[in-house]
Write a protein that binds this ligand. Structure first.
Ligand code: ADP
Ligand code: MG
Length: 165
């Protein structure tokens, strides 16, 4: 049996009631075998990357404790995406739910299917801001601090929603 790992999962949705999609994804994450959700950020409203002719996104980050290995976890997240009706079409296009592994312990990995930490982690404010809600002291495997990444990332096009919005 694997030891428990700490991972951070990025959640994003801009279709079919995004708030409901995030909620459902959190429930589905918590229901994964040998996995518990230990913290959840605020929810943020953000402008889309890529094609602009799509709705704004809701984004959040969840901290989990899991005994699934990194590849097992990726497969499990993709299964949740499919169950929530995600269709893979346009790159960066609208989606019901996107679940990315941002970090998995201190693991650094670069394979065709899985890159850790997530490649875009360092420059996406819709990842860094929610991460900062739940892990302000975070240090990446390459020793950079979350605080330094945040200081170098514009915080335009994103606002936190108050709880219950
Ligand atoms: P994006 O998240 O960039 O909008 P997708 O969700 O469609 O795009 O993911 C594209 C591919 O990214 C997936 O097939 C997956 O194998 C790969 N991938 C690589 N690293 C990761 C990661 N850390 N978390 C999630 N997917 C990843
Ligand atoms: Mg993804």
């Amino acid at each position: 049996l694997n030891a428990a790992a700490t991972a951070y999962i990025g959640l994003g949705s801009n279709l079919n009631d995004p708030a409901q999609q995030l909620d459902e994804a959190l429930t589905n994450l918590a229901a994964l075998p040998d996995t518990s959700v230990t913290a959840v950020s605020r929810i943020y409203l953000s402008k889309p990357l890529g094609p602009q002719d799509q709705p704004d996104y809701l984004n959040a980050v969840a901290k989990i404790s899991t005994r699934l290995g990194p590849t097992q976890l990726l497969k499990a997240l993709q299964h949740i995406e499919l169950r929530q009706g995600r269709k893979r079409e346009v790159r960066w296009g609208a989606r019901t739910i996107d679940l990315d592994i941002l970090l998995y312990d201190g693991l650094q990995l670069d394979t065709p299917d899985l890159v850790l930490p997530h490649r875009e982690l360092c420059n996406r404010n819709f990842v860094l801001l929610p991460l900062n809600d739940i892990a302000p002291e975070l240090i990446l495997p390459d020793k950079r601090t979350l605080a330094s990444l945040l200081a170098n990332t514009p915080s335009e096009g994103i606002v936190p929603l108050s709880k219950g919005d």
